[in-house]
Design a protein around this ligand. Structure first.
Ligand SMILES: Cc1cc2nc3c(=O)[nH]c(=O)nc-3n(C[C@H](O)[C@H](O)[C@H](O)COP(=O)(O)OP(=O)(O)OC[C@H]3O[C@@H](n4cnc5c(N)ncnc54)[C@H](O)[C@@H]3O)c2cc1C
Length: 428
């Protein structure tokens, strides 16, 4: 058995709190619920179940938070990976309204857990979607009208260029939609904090314990190289890393690489000069830029995508250029860290949650929008296991198509589709 991989060399890994290594699974164990993956989905599920008195074992191939959960942009945003109008198209307006409300519950759940379990992860409120083109300004206004009119979400503020420049030192954006309820956090510290909470609730977490087979049945059995866990229920939270272990799930998502850089320390004054109110920002392009400040006053700037498992050539220089395009005043700044990870996108960008068997559950397809939605996924799966499946059943009604072209042709087909969306980003 090989040792668990180290965390990606990110600013998060360099600045996260200490977390004691957890043992590998050796031998056969029994639990009420066995969970694959110690990311936000798996840990959220484990906490919700342990709070209800279930005996839970979590099996993690690498380390707690090693996947997307420990590497993300840390932007905590309401909604899902697709527009809510897409969900209305798929499920109808009434059910879309319920899903929208639950997404706000996902945002609030984070603050509740931080308070309940004393998690230190630099939560800050304030997030903005930014428009670059005149067309996007109109889209932001229409979105605000839709959310307040049809979904009852009144908190969004439309900021014109003059107003936004009081907080954001860039000429790039024409308007922002500011949400005081969303925000940002240190994603690895939050994930590790959830793991500590789970351990305190009696959950057992095994690291370096990749699940190599999932045996369905009246009792599910998750096997690893050195042991197995039998349980009444199984939960799959492996996200983009699940690969061929569960082909029915693999066909529904495409792992897409996305990247982040962290500058050297800028100093408080210079950092605040860039984002005075410390909000997180994401533009509304399909291949978007997203950024925020770190607690030690660096710029954390994310963007770019790739469809290969190899890091794109010249990644650091390209990330830096994207950042300087937004903040030319950072032209003299060096980068301290550059890293990436995979997001699990579905064809329609809507979440893909449900059951493969009556006692085998999954949640994936967060489509780059999982910080808040993963918490909700864990809660609705736990509710279903505890006998209240109404909410999970509604998510499970969202139709999903396989990526076309099978395993080998999936990537070229997706690249073509993405090229079209990228071209759209360049239209006025
Ligand atoms: C670079 C980047 C930036 C992002 N930025 C944002 C953002 O700003 N805002 C936002 O809302 N979302 C963002 N996301 C998306 C968000 O991070 C994810 O949706 C979320 O973390 C998914 O959590 P998860 O637990 O489902 O998956 P993961 O965190 O990937 O966890 C899955 C875990 O399962 C384990 N695993 C897989 N297979 C096995 C196996 N066979 N056996 C045992 N363990 C296994 C993996 O090792 C991994 O630890 C970003 C993602 C990336 C990569």
């Amino acid at each position: 058995m090989t040792a668990a991989a180290a965390h990606a060399p990110s600013w998060y890994a360099a600045s996260a709190s200490e977390f004691a290594a957890q043992p590998r699974l050796q031998g056969d164990e029994q639990a009420d619920v066995v969970v694959l993956g110690a990311g936000l989905t798996g840990l959220s599920t484990a906490i919700e179940l342990a709070e209800r008195g279930y005996k839970v074992i979590v099996l993690e191939a690498q380390r707690v938070g090693w996947g997307a959960s420990g590497r993300s942009g840390g932007q905590l945003i309401f909604g899902y990976g697709c527009d809510i109008s897409k969900i209305a198209e798929l499920l109808g307006k009434e059910d879309a309204r319920r899903l929208f409300d639950w997404s706000l519950e996902g945002v609030d759940l984070i603050a509740e857990r931080i308070a309940k379990y004393g998690i230190e992860c630099d939560l800050r409120r304030g997030h903005a979607h930014a428009a670059i083109k005149p067309r996007q300004v109109e889209e932001l206004k229409a979105w605000q009208d839709e959310l307040s009119g049809q979904y009852g979400y009144q908190g969004l503020q439309f900021w014109n260029q003059e107003r936004l420049q009081q907080n954001l030192a860039t000429e790039r954006y024409r308007a922002l939609l500011f949400d005081p309820r969303s925000g940002h956090l240190h994603p690895l510290d939050y994930t590790l904090g959830l793991a500590r909470a789970a351990l305190a609730l009696g959950v057992r977490i095994y690291e370096g314990s990749a699940v190599t087979a999932v045996d369905p049945g009246a009792e599910v059995r998750f096997r690893t190289a050195e042991g197995s866990v039998r349980a009444g229920f199984g939960v799959l939270g492996g996200n983009a890393w699940l690969d061929a272990l569960v082909p029915e799930l693999e066909r529904k998502i495409m792992p897409v690489g996305t990247y982040i850089c962290a500058t050297e320390v800028l100093g408080e004054q210079r950092a605040r000069g860039l984002i005075a109110n410390d909000m997180a920002v994401a533009d509304t392009n399909f291949v978007l830029d997203y950024f925020r400040l770190s607690r030690d006053h660096r710029m954390l700037f994310g963007g770019r995508v790739s469809y290969s498992k190899l890091p794109p050539p010249g990644l650091g220089a390209r990330m830096r250029q994207r950042m300087v395009d937004v903040f030319p005043q950072l032209g003299d700044v060096r980068l301290g860290y550059v890293w990436g990870g995979y997001v699990d996108i579905t064809m329609n960008r809507a979440p893909h949650w449900g059951r493969l068997q009556p006692n085998l559950y999954y949640a994936q397809g967060f489509s780059g929008h999982g910080i808040a939605a993963t918490g909700l996924a864990g809660r609705v799966i736990a509710e279903a296991i505890a006998g209240q499946a109404e909410r999970l059943d509604l998510f499970a009604r969202i139709p999903h198509r396989d990526f076309p072209g099978g395993k080998l042709m999936r990537t070229p087909a997706l690249v073509l589709a993405m090229l079209w969306f990228r071209m759209k980003d360049h239209l006025p």
